[in-house]
Design a protein around this ligand. Sequence first.
Ligand code: SF4
Length: 356
Amino acid sequence: MHPARWWRPAERGKLLCTLCPRYCLVGEGQAGFCYIRQNHGGRLWNAAYGKSTGFAVDPIEKKPLNHFLPGARVLSFGTAGCNLGCKFCQNWDISKARLDQHDSEPATPADIVALAVRTGCDGIAYTYNDPVIWAEFAIDVAREAHRAGLANVLVTAGYVTAEARGELFEHMDATNVDLKAFTEDFYHRVTFSHLDPVLDTLRWLHHETPVWTEITTLLIPGLNDGDDEIARECDWILENVGPDVPLHFTAFHPDFRMTDRPRTPPATLVRARAIARARGIRHCYVGNVHDTEGQTTWCPGCGTALIERDWHAIRRYRLDGNGCLECSATLPGRFRPGRQDVRTDGGRFGVTLVRA
Ligand code: SF4
């Protein structure tokens, strides 16, 4: 096990974990809610350090990130456990697993970076389960990745304390934050967490860091897909992080403890995107369905289709750096310099669940 950061001694021999807003009090021999952080011998340990549950080479559009190095290949990996308890978890075989129940094997930061280079990746994605809970490992891999000239991408629910977030994001270049709904009631009942800390992370990322940030909301029929809730979420985004932060509405499929709900109809995503655009969100996307209109990046100046997508595939690319080829308007995000011809088929890049 690897020594954990962000904790302090508490009463009766327990340890207070200060990594995420759950602030678990962890007794001797016990683990926190996420299972990864454990108290042994009066010290807190990170049981997931160096234990990946597998690797895949993904298109960056799958994270999803649409304004950060489009067409990039990212080596994606996660560990086990999670600090949220989402009843609808779409990755529950990983997030709800204990390390001893999952096939994992040791991988050092150097191993992972070497695998990324060997598989021709442009970056590394910390994903599948929430990397907040294995922050020490993500930080060490990210530092090593930067030395090798790779980008770092963190996919997270943003449920992290102010005490820990600075170090976690220090070596990250981009992030997608899951904003799971826009009511405290949903966060409390369906995810066993709270909304306000996530909003605080989003504000902090936008105003106090250079990390490129996009937001995703998985729309679940009858739970978080009402017009009023979507409009309030968009208004909060406009007021707090501005109109240029891309917003993704993605489709839910029945999974884990939420098999009584239907899949999200494509029409719900179209409706949500229309609401977002009408409120003033400039770059709104839909995901987990085929919808070329809702997956294409449109020029904020002249309306030209700058990056035509179908699901995760890029069919056409009409940018010179950040500039529209037609009107030279600037597209917010991080794009490769110069004129590019980026085309991808959106599939995994031939390496699936390989070992380091
Ligand atoms: S990181 Fe894990 S142990 Fe720490 S407070 Fe969050 S859920 Fe609890």
